[in-house]
Ligand binder design. Structure first.
Ligand SMILES: Nc1nc2c(ncn2[C@@H]2O[C@H](COP(=O)(O)OP(=O)(O)OP(=O)(O)O)[C@@H](O)[C@H]2O)c(=O)[nH]1
Ligand SMILES: [Mg+2]
Length: 197
């Protein structure tokens, strides 16, 4: 008998794949992370057992950009990081790397100066307004993220090997700074302790 375990980050389609392989809807699916709550055993045939698993993430996302990118894709619950922050990260990145896709999708007449301005333009264009005609940023943020996640903005990569190389170098510097600060604090505590004895 063969056992296979399907693992991956949340909301990437593990349960959907299992349902396809099983030829019936047996695993619960949904367009949000943490739909599968526990390990589920699915018998494809007496010789082949599939196991569906809850989505897994790294225990500590030291690289903030990685956390934002995961949130943009929908792998991190929308309650963990605010919609607005995630959407602003997305608009900043998308405008830098995929301006033509955004211009087309939202028929932008002008060039926004930054991600925030872009989000406001998208909100205006799509009628995400509050009373008084002000743009409802939260609504615009949700709309942008939904459109990105459904693939309506086009084929987009949020991360490249070159970006990761740069970010890892930056991370090394941050780690070194933190370690130096820790050492400095330890030395200060030791001095204080000596002085009080
Ligand atoms: N566009 C697209 N959407 C997909 C595909 N596979 C799954 N989905 C959708 O992605 C969402 C997540 O699917 P799930 O199968 O629940 O994902 P999961 O990895 O089991 O998620 P968790 O159990 O929460 O970790 C659902 O809305 C699916 O309909 C795919 O190949 N293409
Ligand atoms: Mg699942």
């Amino acid at each position: 008998m063969t056992h296979a375990l399907v693992v991956g980050i949340p909301n990437v389609g593990k349960s959907t794949l299992i349902n396809l392989l099983a030829g019936r809807v047996i695993a619960k699916t949904g367009n949000e992370p943490a739909i599968t709550k526990m390990l589920q055993r699915i018998e494809i045939n007496p010789q082949f057992i599939l196991h569906d698993s809850p989505g897994m993430l790294w225990p500590n996302l030291e690289n903030k950009n990685s956390a934002y990118r995961l949130a943009v894709t929908g792998a991190i619950k929308d309650t963990a990081i605010s919609h607005d922050d995630v959407a602003l990260f997305a608009t900043d990145y998308l405008w830098q790397h995929y301006p033509e896709l955004l211009s087309q999708r939202y028929a932008l007449a002008e060039r926004p100066a930054n991600g925030q301005e872009l989000l406001i333009m998208i909100g205006k264009r799509r009628g995400c307004l509050r009373s008084g005609g002000l743009v409802d940023i939260d609504k615009a943020a949700k709309l942008l993220l939904t459109e990105f996640r459904s693939g309506h903005l086009g084929a987009i990569s949020l991360e490249t090997p070159a970006m990761m190389a740069t970010e890892l170098t930056e991370l090394e510097c941050i780690r070194a700074e933190k370690a130096a600060l820790k050492q400095q604090r330890k030395a200060q505590w030791r001095q204080k302790a000596k002085a009080t004895h």
